[in-house]
Design a protein around this ligand. Structure first.
Ligand SMILES: O=C(NCCCOCn1ccc2cnccc21)c1cc(-c2ccc(F)cc2)cc(O)c1O
Ligand SMILES: [Mg+2]
Length: 214
């Protein structure tokens, strides 16, 4: 049967990247998406903004919602200090399987815990299952209508501390209007918009960084 786009992306990584070299894995995926098939990775332009925020926060605990094929997982994991706890969540088993292989190809499998499931089910269990008290950095890149309910779950289950940073992809395209309205109007967050473009296109998109004030 016909391969899937994530499987073709994995083949491109295995063909064009150097095993154990995260930069080459990132470049191989960006090349594939620019010259072969568009895919919904955060991409190189927004990826540089992601890199700068991760570097600035230098987190000890990280949560990513929306692994997809592991592109942003590799971007984040390559910047983390040793001993950092990094959990990434993927709902789609086929994507998760490709992501595991791409993360391993980059040599970053020991830095990442990939969990398959729905954020709404997992968030209430994270403390118990993974011994995490609060997250220093959260990257939101999953179903756009889950950003708002999930940030409310973070608050409800005490997963944020004064200084926790949330970075949300796609706040313009496809768009997360309710989430934006919430973080921009809540007195509990300091929010800033980073203008950019939808991955591999000229379409307007951007990232919203929100600092939890406690
Ligand atoms: O839809 C997107 N991402 C989400 C995937 C499913 O995520 C499912 N999923 C992953 C963990 C997880 C945990 N709990 C529930 C669902 C959970 C997404 C879509 C586009 C896009 C933009 C323009 C278009 F014309 C078409 C698509 C761009 C992006 O950058 C995206 O991130
Ligand atoms: Mg995205």
């Amino acid at each position: 049967t016909r391969s899937t786009r994530p499987q073709r992306m994995l083949k491109a990584v295995q063909k064009n990247a150097i095993r154990g070299n995260p930069e080459s894995v990132i470049s191989a995926i960006d090349y594939f998406c620019k010259h072969s098939e568009w895919a919904m990775n955060v991409g190189d332009e927004k990826g540089c903004i992601l890199d700068s925020v991760v570097t600035e926060v230098d987190p000890s605990t990280v949560l990513e919602l929306g692994t997809y094929c592991g592109y942003s997982t590799v971007r984040i994991a390559r910047l983390l200090s040793p001993g950092t706890k990094f959990i990434t969540v993927e709902f789609n088993p086929a994507s998760a399987e490709v992501a595991r292989k791409i993360i391993a190809y980059a040599g970053l499998q020991d830095k990442v815990t990939l969990v398959e499931g729905a954020s709404g089910d997992l968030i209430p269990q994270i403390k118990k299952l993974y011994g995490i008290t609060t997250f220093d950095f959260i990257f939101l890149d999953h179903w756009k209508d889950r950003y708002l309910p999930d940030i409310k779950l973070f608050e409800e289950y005490g997963l944020l501390r004064k200084g926790s940073v949330l970075l949300a992809d796609n706040v313009i395209c496809p768009g997360t209007p309710e989430y934006l309205e919430y973080v921009r109007n809540s007195p509990r967050y300091e929010s800033r918009y980073y203008p950019s473009h939808l991955e591999y296109t000229k379409v307007e998109d951007g990232l919203e960084k929100s600092l939890f004030l406690g």
